[in-house]
Design a protein around this ligand. Structure first.
Ligand code: ARG
Length: 569
């Protein structure tokens, strides 16, 4: 498709000595199309050229030839140059592109580049909490979008399956394992054991020592300890898998913290050689105060055990070697901002190529706050996510039962709607904002929710059913799609790929979520204002085709976010 912004930038470059690609980034899209489709603000140039913006606008305008091919009209408004593009060309190209077999908006932009995404990463024997849900959902969306843009994407579930707490868990398991129904309800029962052993450690020094001893044994590969650890790990994973199945989450690697057990010695050796590793109160640390980070990064605790940070450093080394990453993203809540600052700073001492240390990026997100009550149980404030997801499905089912009791495959649709609602609500707010979880907000069929996107898609599908066969692309008469409502949709569809790129530039899937809302709303206006099924066959064909196009983009976009689309609801 024509890159309208670039064409405009090329024209401007004739008048101004700035690279067209840079000029392209200056171009804005006016909110009100009365001010054109694209606008070039001259304010930024005023200082450099020592001229007033309107004067600059005039001078540029003089040098631009309007060929009517891409741009139809050019106007000056204050310090802006407003460009009105050739709407027919735009509509024609969008319709043609939609008609092609390929997946709309797919790109080869990222070919040859590797992106590692570390997401979900829950902790073994601990509850999969709502923060992990966000990580899973945001990371999953980024994974899909990078992939769609041609990147080689590697999704890693960096399980928290290692650390001194396992010494405690092992001891607790040995002491009281039989008293608990671990097979039945592993996470909850193991959490109980964990709380109990922590209490016991406080009371009895001997127990604490036994726990330390256990962790040592685990590190040394003692058979019994490793076996218990493996059992706990696999039972926990089975629990997590239930959530992943509901969400449709997949990972390329499940290498968790334990995987780096034998890879930390090298890291410590390198750090020793740099002379930056110092002793402090029995621990070994890297002081980062010179880098503006007040808290040092602890590499080895006073009891000689390694830390979460050490394992992350080993993981960076491993991922650089194994995946040769251009970007390595980490999805956690903003509570870990300091951790990643420290780790990324220490990583610079590992002698890695700059490409790698520059590619490291923590992608923090805000918290989801739960109104207390049903969703959080007292014990350790556990939020049972599986219950939450099932509740979403249940509620969706009730709504379907009310609105469309005759619907086929109600179960399946309820699952798509319920889960889709949770996913979309997680993705629609800006990543860093804290959110309050409210059922009525996320399951609403009219508001800016997942079900609204699905509902709009279903409307486009039922329109198609009315006409039985989809009109052929080449038979669409573009002049029937030049009204305001159709053009609004066409412009949105045109910008789909740009939106996806923007998501990866900002690591912000909410950009896509908001885009889908805009598209769904534009479709509603189009649908309300234009008669779609009509006597005028050519008009009907064009409008049906546009509806089909909207459906295609909504479906693709929602799927990239990790949602599934029902065909009816
Ligand atoms: N397991 C950690 C947690 O639950 C998240 C791990 C994030 N990834 C990483 N490489 N540190 O908080």
């Amino acid at each position: 498709m024509t890159d309208f912004k670039l064409e405009i930038a090329k024209q401007i470059a004739k008048a101004i000595n700035i690279d067209e690609l840079e000029l392209k980034t200056y171009i804005e899209e006016p909110k009100d199309t009365k001010n054109g489709d694209y606008a070039f603000p001259c304010f930024r140039l005023a200082k450099e050229l020592k001229k007033a913006p309107p004067q600059i606008a005039n001078e540029i305008k003089e040098k631009i030839e309007i060929d009517n091919k891409t741009v139809e009209k050019l106007e000056i408004a204050g310090g802006y140059l407003n460009f009105y593009i050739n709407k027919e060309l735009l509509a024609k190209e969008v319709i043609e592109e939609i008609g092609k077999e390929n997946e709309y908006g797919k790109s080869s932009l990222g070919n040859g580049k590797n992106v590692v995404i570390d997401y979900s990463s829950p902790n073994i024997a601990k509850p999969f909490h709502i923060g992990h849900l966000r990580s899973t959902v945001i990371g999953g969306a980024l994974y899909n979008i990078y992939k769609y843009l041609g990147y080689n994407t590697i999704g890693i579930n960096h399980l928290g399956d290692y650390g001194t707490q396992f010494g405690k868990l092992l001891e607790g398991y040995k002491l009281w394992g039989k008293e608990y129904n671990i097979e039945q309800d592993p996470i909850n029962e193991l959490t109980k054991i964990y709380i109990r052993i922590n209490e016991a450690c406080k009371q009895d020094e001997n127990i604490l020592n036994a726990c330390r001893e256990n962790f040592k044994k685990l590190e040394e590969g003692d058979k019994e300890s490793v076996e218990i650890w493996q059992k706990i790990r696999s039972l926990s994973l089975k629990e997590f898998q239930k959530i992943y199945d509901l969400l449709g989450s997949k990972f390329d690697s499940w290498n968790g913290e334990a995987f780096y057990q034998d890879k930390m010695a090298e890291i410590i050796e390198i750090l020793e050689k740099t002379g930056k590793l110092e002793k402090s109160q029995g621990a070994e640390i890297v002081d980062l105060s010179e880098k503006g980070i007040k808290t040092p990064c602890i590499i080895k605790k006073s009891n000689d055990s390694t830390t979460y940070a050490t394992r992350d450093l080993a993981a960076i080394m491993y991922r650089a070697r194994t995946y040769d990453f251009d970007k390595a993203l980490y999805l956690t809540s903003y509570e870990q901002v300091l951790h990643f600052k420290q780790v990324f700073e220490v990583a610079k001492l590992l002698g890695l190529e700059e490409k790698y240390t520059k590619g490291l990026e923590h992608v923090p997100f805000g918290m989801i706050l739960l109104p207390t009550g049903k969703m959080s149980t007292r014990e350790g404030n556990i939020v049972k996510l599986e219950e939450l997801l099932n509740e979403a499905i249940q509620r969706a089912k009730e709504i379907i039962e009310q609105k469309n009791p005759e619907l086929e495959n109600k179960e399946e649709v309820a699952k798509k709607v319920g889960i889709g609602a949770v996913i979309f609500s997680d993705l629609s707010a800006s990543r860093l904002k804290d959110e309050i979880f409210e059922w009525d907000k996320i399951l609403n069929f009219q508001g800016e929710t997942g079900p609204y996107i699905q509902y709009t898609y279903v409307r486009t599908r039922s329109l198609l059913e009315k006409v039985e066969t989809l009109p052929k692309t080449e038979e669409i008469k573009i002049e029937n799609l030049q009204d305001e409502y159709s053009m609004k949709i066409i412009k949105l569809i045109y910008s789909f790929e740009d939106k996806l790129k923007e998501v990866t530039q900002k690591e912000e899937p909410s950009i896509l979520a908001k885009y889908l809302i805009d598209l769904a709303k534009a479709f509603s206006s189009f649908y309300n204002e234009n008669k779609i099924i009509s006597e005028n066959k050519q008009m009907q064909d064009a409008r049906i085709y546009l509806s089909y196009s909207v459906g295609k983009v909504l479906k693709k976009g929602a799927e990239l976010l990790g949602m599934q689309m029902p065909e009816k609801m």
